[in-house]
Every structure is written in structure tokens, then in C-alpha cells.
Design a protein around this ligand. Structure first.
Ligand SMILES: [Zn+2]
Length: 292
């Protein structure tokens, strides 16, 4: 599943190749990826044709292309989506769903998505910030992200800190992998209640999340020279240096204790049980048995 760094890599690639270009033709090969657009596939195509792409923006894992009429092309990559910048002559990908022809012979934009949880839509008036995603918080790489506010909000809540990291209304763009990595670096177990963490602990966790994302970004930026923007992550995902995620039973790089995996919200959490001790749950003692 693409996480924020992958989406940012795509944004940079689109920025380099698509901005200033006019969309001359739109082909929707499958209706599902444009299902969120109330106009339907034909209306979606009509709303984009002839529009000039003015820029590229991102919030969390959503990205959008502001258009010259104040609307925006809004995209989400879902589980398996890819936004590719390809030479028009290159063969169609097996799961090509939407093709945008531009006023250049160099490249075209292709939305490829095998499982089709992602999609595209035209957001009316969404050039600055599509109303569809206005409820999503800024991500920690956004210059407008408010660190103090984040720390205060985490510490007001009783819920586990990993759950909070994945809460898109609080902080966006931190997926399961980066949450586990940031927690490992900060030596905090994901089930620790936010309200029981100190201010420096939450601040450190935020710094670590940022560091993990920046490192991933640094490694993802190399794939574009081939004019191919890949976000699926199959090639780049696991060759990154991950310390916790996906390393079940391997020794923790700090202390040698085997990394543990536990189920978490239909997915998995990976952690070091000695660097990140499981919080003790306060149990209410059962009522004492009353003698008959
Ligand atoms: Zn450890």
C-alpha cells in the first residue's frame, strides 16, 4: 500500500512532467476508478478535456492537480494504484484504467490500479483544497503542520498512540509501516495511551515519524530518471532499511530481542518487546467472592 513518501514521489514526478500541460483527451477504461465522480465516466472525461494543469499538491496520501478553471483532478492511490508518466508509445499496462493524453508527444499520464480501491475524480472548486479532503489533517512533512497542537492533542486522548498516528483527522500520511518504524525508534509501544506519554516522548515520536518519511523519500527519488513514476512500491518498499516492520522473529537491531508481531486493526504491528514494553493494563479486580 503506498504511503506518504511514495505519494510524494509521484507528486514530484507529475510536477516535473505534467504542469503547464493541457489535457487533450481522456480515456476511461474502467468505470470503477472514477466512481467517486458524480458526473460518471463521460462527464469526468468532459470536465478534464481542454483544461490546463497548473500545479501538483498533496495532503497525506491524496494528491491533486489544480486546473486552470479552479477545479482539480483529485487522486487517491488506494491499495495498489499507480500514477505513471509514460511515453505514449509504450504498451498499455495490464491494469490501465484511465489515460490522459497531454499536449505533448513526450509523455502521457496513466492511472493503473489492479485492485481499484483508489481512484480519480474532478473536484469542483478544489484547486486550493478539494472539499472532499478538507477534513484530513496536514501531514508531518507539510510546512503548515502544527507540532505543538499535535503533541497536545495526543496527550489529551486515552487511546493508544499507534491508533492516533493512523488517525487521518489528527495527522495524515502515516501508514502502518511508518507508524511501526517511528514507534520502534522512539521506543514506545503502540498501545501506550496518549494521555500517559510525556510531552518529550510525543515530540520525539513525531520527529522519528518525520525522519522515517524523509529517509524513505530520499530513497524513492531515484526512480524517475527513467521517466517512470512507480508508487506501487513492490520494488522499492522492502529494500529500505526497516527496523521493525516485517521483521518478525528477527533480532532487534538495538538489543537482539526477537521482534514480535501482533494483530492490529486487521493488519499487523511489529515491535521489540524489550525496547517497547507492552503497557500494563490496569484491570479492575473482580469482586471478592461472598461466602455463602
Ligand atoms: Zn530492542
Amino acid at each position: 500500500m503506498p504511503e506518504l513518501p511514495e505519494v510524494e514521489v509521484v507528486r514530484v514526478g507529475l510536477d516535473r512532467h505534467a504542469v503547464g500541460r493541457t489535457i487533450t483527451r481522456v480515456e476511461v477504461m474502467h468505470p470503477r476508478p472514477v466512481r467517486r465522480d458524480p458526473r460518471g465516466p463521460a462527464g469526468f472525461a468532459a470536465a478534464l478535456t481542454g483544461r490546463r494543469i497548473e500545479g501538483t499538491r498533496r495532503r497525506g496520501k491524496y494528491l491533486w492537480l489544480p486546473l486552470d478553471n479552479g477545479d482539480a483532478l483529485l487522486g487517491h492511490l488506494g491499495m495498489s494504484g499507480q500514477f505513471l508518466v509514460q511515453p505514449p508509445a509504450s504498451p498499455a499496462e495490464r491494469h490501465l484504467r484511465v489515460r490522459l493524453t497531454l499536449d505533448t508527444t513526450d509523455v502521457e499520464l496513466r492511472f493503473v490500479d489492479q485492485r481499484m480501491f483508489g481512484g480519480l475524480s474532478v473536484s469542483a472548486g478544489g484547486a486550493d483544497l478539494p472539499p472532499e479532503i478538507a477534513h484530513i489533517a496536514r501531514d508531518p512533512l507539510d510546512p503548515g503542520f502544527d507540532d505543538e497542537e499535535f503533541v497536545a492533542r495526543v496527550r489529551r486522548r486515552a487511546s493508544g498512540v499507534k491508533r492516533q498516528l493512523l488517525d487521518q483527522g489528527l495527522i495524515s500520511g502515516v501508514g502502518n509501516i511508518y507508524a511501526d518504524e517511528a514507534l520502534w525508534r522512539a521506543r514506545i509501544h503502540g498501545e501506550r495511551p496518549g494521555e500517559r506519554l510525556t510531552r518529550p516522548q510525543v515530540r520525539d515520536l513525531l520527529d522519528q515519524a518525520r525522519a522515517v518519511m524523509r529517509e524513505a523519500l530520499g530513497q524513492g527519488g531515484t526512480s524517475f530518471d527513467a521517466l517512470y513514476v512507480n508508487v506501487n512500491g513492490e520494488s522499492g518498499y522492502f529494500d529500505r532499511s526497516l527496523h521493525a516492520y516485517g521483521r518478525q522473529d528477527e533480532p532487534c537491531e538495538r538489543c537482539g530481542t526477537p521482534i514480535r508481531r501482533v494483530a492490529f486493526m486487521n493488519r499487523s504491528s511489529y515491535f521489540c518487546p524489550s525496547c517497547q514494553p507492552v503497557p500494563r493494563i490496569r484491570r479492575v479486580a473482580p469482586p471478592a467472592a461472598v461466602p455463602e
